[in-house]
Design a protein around this ligand. Sequence first.
Ligand code: ZN
Ligand code: ZN
Ligand code: ZN
Ligand code: ZN
Length: 260
Amino acid sequence: MDPHSDAQDVPRCDHCETAIVHSYCDFCHVNLCTPCIGKHISDGYDKHKIVLFQERGSTLIYPNCKTHPHKICESQCMDCDNSFVCSSCMASEQHGRHKFQEITEIYNTNKDVIRNDKNEFENKISPAYEEIVVDLENQLANFDGIYEKYTTNISKQGEKWHKEIDIIITEMKTKLCDMKVSRRKILQEHLDEIKQKQSLISQTLFDLGELEKSTEVSPIVEYSSKISKFSYIPPKFQLTVSPPMFIPNPIDHKKLYLLF
Ligand SMILES: [Zn+2]
Ligand SMILES: [Zn+2]
Ligand SMILES: [Zn+2]
Ligand SMILES: [Zn+2]
């Protein structure tokens, strides 16, 4: 990429605001061009850390000593609660024979811990949580749909049951109707038969009356008794099957619920 074509994006010196940046003060965090370095450190403040712009942010900023404010602490006193100490402190009587540890060691160890932690957060913990969130959000998004489907299926099953019960009722009524027709027919036929015999009896009775009054010899002589033909009186007729009776089964809610 041609750097001139994108001149707007090239970092400039924070002092003169025109020249292209070359260096960086790691203590003040300012961009500097080479000519402006002198001006920047001219206040004599010896904390300025001028580094190449590319290497900015690499200088360790040590804490100032609380006892000797113009000195920086590069060590910790292991016998004084790991307090930060400067070279003057280390030479002082207060820390005589105390053990010291360079801060950079702990700094580097902890930097590793931080890097590892960050790595673990980025690659393991955060993605795991992200996955859980996505999963829960998906579940929530499908929530209404799943329950709606369930409700619809219950309604459908209900309709099927209602239809089935209607079919059973119709079947039973049809059977009952057929039964009524056939049994009525049997009764009617028997009545017809009895009535036929009854009219025959009436006719015979009339004939007997005539004969009783008559003095004509021949029909009386030729008469043979009709009693044996009619003496058998049929018993009261009853259908061999008893009239139908509907005994409803108790409705077992629990069983029906399970079957549903
Ligand atoms: Zn400048
Ligand atoms: Zn500076
Ligand atoms: Zn000190
Ligand atoms: Zn000490």
